[in-house]
Design a protein around this ligand. Sequence first.
Ligand SMILES: Nc1ncnc2c1ncn2[C@@H]1O[C@H](COP(=O)(O)OP(=O)(O)OP(=O)(O)O)[C@@H](O)[C@H]1O
Length: 358
Amino acid sequence: MARIELDLAHAYRPNPQQDSDYALLPLKMTFEDGGAYALLGPSGCGKTTLLNITSGLLQPSHGKVLFDGRDMTRQSPQERNIAQVFQFPVIYDTMTVAENLAFPLRNRKVPEAQIKKRVGEIAEMLDMSGQLNQRAAGLAADAKQKISLGRGLVRPDVAAVLFDEPLTVIDPHLKWQLRRKLKQIHHELKLTLVYVTHDQVEALTFADQVVVMTRGRAVQVGPADALFERPQHTFVGHFIGSPGMNFLHAEVRGAQLLLAGDEWPLPAGVRLPEGPLKLGVRPEYVEVTAPHAPGAVAATVRQVQDVGTHLMLTAELQGVPLKARLGVEWLTLKAGDPVWLQLLGPHSCFYVNEELVS
Ligand SMILES: Nc1ncnc2c1ncn2[C@@H]1O[C@H](COP(=O)(O)OP(=O)(O)OP(=O)(O)O)[C@@H](O)[C@H]1O
């Protein structure tokens, strides 16, 4: 296992001049030894570029990659001792499941008794013990991908295992099981794992630390609760959550907050710079209150969706749509009704230039 430090930027084109010339803007990041990380973000944000730089498939145009303090920037994946799992199965069809799983160990001349033991453990973790002697050729796509996962995890001495959207070919039901399984395997094997995905549920279930990326920038690295409670950037608020955070324009004047045509004293303990900013509030923390309650704003109901366990209210406040997750007792609300919403509270987040300031 290794502690991997990245201090780099990457442009695919020569002589980058402006931010948009970079696939990765300057970033400093550490994958701690034994940690489980997810690189999460929309298509084109730089996840695969970052993963390939970590593995050694790609060399950064600027900066360094250190493994346990040693400069590995110019080393290949083999020299870095990295295992990789890709989107599609990389296995030998003519071999059995056991032979496929054993392959990375045989390559490294691990003694047969140890190989047998490790292959048995990995097969058990992946629920493949009953298929060990079957030929890979006859297996379904998701079973083949499980073998690929197993081959990635089988060597205990790798610096890290890197996954690039490994559950793409897996059917949705099994996907859920495999995500939990990978998390469990991580706890048992304590390998350093880095996992690329554009699916927030996948990232949040699998990883201890999620790196949220947009347009070549890593805008926040943190555990699921921090990404939910204190998004450091409006992109994180918007991207994490279903639906994402609500944002409203507001302004600070002295100790007052101007919001939706009203003025409120700033919440206790909150210090904000004078001038325009954005208030961020999760739908989970918006409450319906009595008319004219302190801090409440008047909005109009646009839609109430019954989603079984709760209601999803879409309201409109001065032309801006607002989402609120409400209890089923609010099913009486109808499109066009006036509604008073409490937006300010301990969960309020404030943003200047898209960055969290309080
Ligand atoms: N070999 C390449 N040459 C030039 N530009 C590239 C190359 N590979 C990626 N890019 C560009 O770099 C940016 C980041 O791409 P990257 O593949 O790292 O993003 P991603 O987040 O992994 O996206 P996806 O989820 O679609 O794979 C994109 O603008 C992409 O077009």
